[in-house]
Design a protein around this ligand. Structure first.
Ligand SMILES: Nc1ncnc2c1ncn2[C@@H]1O[C@H](COP(=O)(O)OP(=O)(O)OP(=O)(O)O)[C@@H](O)[C@H]1O
Ligand SMILES: [Mg+2]
Length: 447
């Protein structure tokens, strides 16, 4: 999938590998390929079924598992799911003939770190193992810290609050509102910043192609942006992707949108451009936060479909709530479970501000929509606008985390992190919704 020919020997570690495939010849061939680079890779075990794989991985504690999908008894996706629970330090790379994006999605939800299509080019295999091993470092450090490892590992750069979690990579959080101007960009930039403070890898994507504001909100200007990726979508190289992504001073990685309207229109001609890019790169980050426009089209629906979470933003006004109702109805038809959506009410006014009753009380909204509001962000024009004018996220601009709306924005990021980081129930829920979706082909989205 990724063409990482010149990854080089950045690390001197020998990477321990387990190979899982039901065909003995395939296991042998992969073993031979890795033997060419014996300084770097050591095969510590092989298995021919999913059940055997789980046992061998527990016994040998490898760094990387190369996993086939179709196997007798337990398949590779189930085995991956079990391995990521019992040996979270083992990073799984699926290697399969299955090209269907449903397999890809299920593999990623099960905890796989990457997905290669057979037959695999040796350089691609070596590069992927190296990349996955490097990406998984944070998990190895977390586990070592939790098991009372030596001091140098304890003194890692991981924020303390991440230690209780085993992270699964590639969560996509899509921030959306059917109404423009309600605060999507404000919320997306602050969620991304809040997640980043956990010491994990976060990518913020501006998918509001025509009128995206992420660059303005974060005071980022770059020659490189999403437009540069569209003609390389089918053959996207992670190193090229990295060269297009901008870095905010906070360390947050940002994929900016097209800088001009005519370029945005060109990107829009490419079906599901952002979704297809994310399919290739999301697993290189722990979380990808996507800011979107209010326009609903096939590409936007495909993004919802890929998302682990859709953060649905509304304001307490009649028009916004009416449009939110439409979107929630659509999500029902798509069989999205309640946990797939986080409903955020932005610009909420307190009783005093609401004296003139121009906004609707939260309880009335919950009753009307028949669902709870998951987060309420108070209105504070001065703080929010001052942060935008300075080009920093609100939660970085105002450091007092007890003050509104900083407190609520931080809580929102914390809550998303807690729900998604290593939450197996969530993944199962999503799989369930997949099954239901299959029963309703009318609204099933083509990918
Ligand atoms: N909680 C809040 N309190 C006060 N002002 C806010 C709040 N949230 C957002 N704003 C302001 O509302 C305006 C619109 O916010 P933002 O750009 O985040 O919305 P959007 O949904 O992304 O808009 P667009 O549809 O243009 O992309 C901005 O000026 C922002 O400063
Ligand atoms: Mg916006």
């Amino acid at each position: 999938m990724f063409n990482k020919k010149s990854a080089g020997n950045e690390s001197r570690d020998v990477i321990k590998v387990v190979i899982v495939d039901d065909i003995p010849d395939t296991r042998e061939n992969i073993k031979k390929l890795l033997a060419f680079e014996e300084q770097e890779f050591r095969v510590v075990g092989t298995a021919g079924t999913g059940t055997e794989a789980v046992r061998i991985v527990q016994e040998t504690q490898p760094d990387v598992v190369i996993m086939d999908i179709n196997m007798p008894d337990m398949d590779g996706i189930q085995a991956t799911s079990q391995i990521s629970k019992v040996v979270p330090t083992a990073a799984v790379i699926i290697m399969s003939v299955q090209q269907d994006s449903d397999y890809f999605r299920k593999a990623m939800l099960a905890g796989a770190r990457n997905y290669l299509i057979k037959p695999v080019d040796p350089d691609e295999l070596y590069g992927t193992i190296r990349a996955v091993y490097k990406q998984h470092e944070i998990i190895r450090r977390q586990q070592a810290a939790m098991q009372g490892a030596p001091g140098d590992l304890r003194a890692s750069t991981i924020a303390p609050e991440t230690e209780a979690y085993a992270l699964r990579a590639g969560h996509i959080i899509v921030v959306y509102s059917p109404q423009g101007g309600v605060g999507c960009t404000t919320i997306a930039t602050n969620i991304a910043t809040g997640l980043m403070k956990k010491g994990i890898r976060v990518l913020l994507v501006d998918a509001n192609l025509q009128f995206g504001d992420v660059g303005v909100f974060l005071k980022l200007q770059s020659q490189s942006n999403l437009y540069d990726l569209v003609d390389k979508i089918d053959d996207l190289d992670i190193e090229f992707f990295d060269s297009v992504v901008s870095s905010h001073e906070s360390g947050l990685k940002v994929l900016l949108g097209p800088p001009r309207l005519e370029l945005a229109l060109e990107v829009e001609q490419v079906p599901n451009a952002v979704g297809r890019i994310l399919e290739k790169v999301a697993q290189n980050y722990d979380f990808v936060v996507v800011d979107t426009s209010s326009h609903l089209n096939e590409s936007q629906l495909a993004l919802f479909d890929m998302a682990t979470k859709v953060v649905l933003v509304s304001t307490p006004t009649l028009a916004s709530i009416k449009n939110t109702r439409f979107v929630l109805d659509l999500f029902d038809k798509l069989n999205y479970t309640a946990v797939k959506t986080t409903f955020v009410l932005n610009r909420v006014e307190d009783e005093r501000q609401r004296g003139a009753r121009v906004t609707i009380p939260t309880e009335t909204i919950e009753k009307h929509l028949k669902r709870p509001v998951d987060a309420q962000i108070p209105a504070d024009d001065r703080t929010v606008l001052s942060a935008v004018n300075k080009g920093v996220p609100v939660i970085s601009y105002q450091r007092d985390r007890t003050r509104s709306p900083i407190k609520e924005l931080v809580e929102l990021a914390d809550s998303l992190f807690a729900q998604l980081a290593g939450d197996e129930d969530f993944a199962e829920d999503d799989t369930e919704s997949d099954k239901n979706k299959a029963k309703k082909p009318l609204l099933r989205l083509g990918r």
